[in-house]
Write a protein that binds this ligand. Structure first.
Ligand code: SF4
Length: 209
């Protein structure tokens, strides 16, 4: 029998939020209890990290901007070596963030996306896909960013404006757990949810609708 795929998007009952386990929709992932047993076992490995996430959520709820939440989380975890993987379009912001962190006694170990200084063509990117074909353009190097920070033995890494997919590769190869401060969105001033809120109006054509 074909099993139903998980579909929390279509849910109308949100039983999980109420702690109810009866009369679950057929598409509810909670119908397979083994997943939650496995998740609970894995969570044991991250207990302190996970609890501190909620401590910070409660302490700064609606008060602290995300940058401050990250700072307070780092302090709560007593992390000493913090990596910053940033996009070359965020050089200024990387400096501003570093200054704020310094005020809190936290040093950032930063590595920019263009590290390695290798032309896009070397990585198999077609010449016509460069912003200016025929010119040198360093390709982003998210795997190298992760390896640099791994070598630095960072305990926690912050992502600042990495491109779609580059962020994925960075997260895959980063040994330390990561959080995102800024999600790049060149059209919305790095506020991707704006496109969702405006999907029926100003953003409709930009979303290809
Ligand atoms: S886990 Fe189950 S109850 Fe919760 S939102 Fe998903 S489908 Fe609904």
């Amino acid at each position: 029998m074909k099993r139903n795929s998980a579909d929390c998007i279509s849910c109308k009952v949100y039983k999980c939020k109420k702690g109810e386990k009866d009369h679950l929709p057929s598409f509810c992932p909670m119908n397979d209890g083994s997943i939650y047993e496995e998740a609970a076992l894995l969570l044991e490995k991250h207990r302190e990290f996970f609890v501190n996430c909620s401590v910070i959520e409660k302490k700064g709820y609606g008060v602290w901007p995300r940058a401050r939440e990250i700072i307070e989380f780092i302090k709560a975890m007593n992390f000493k070596r913090i990596g910053l993987a940033f996009c070359s379009g965020f050089q200024r912001e990387a400096k501003m963030l570093s200054e704020i962190f310094k005020e809190h006694g936290i040093e950032l170990i930063g590595v920019m996306c263009k590290t390695g200084g290798t032309d896009k063509s070397v990585a198999g990117i077609p010449e016509e896909c460069k912003l200016k074909p025929g010119h040198f353009e360093a390709h982003c190097n998210p795997i190298a960013q992760a390896l640099v920070l791994n070598k630095e033995e960072t305990e926690f890494n912050i992502i600042l404006g990495l491109c779609v997919g580059h962020d994925s590769l960075f997260m895959k190869y980063s040994e330390a757990l990561c959080t995102t401060l800024v999600t790049k969105d060149r059209v919305t001033g790095h506020n991707p949810v704006a496109a969702l809120y405006l999907k029926d109006s100003y953003m409709k054509s930009k979303l290809g609708l």
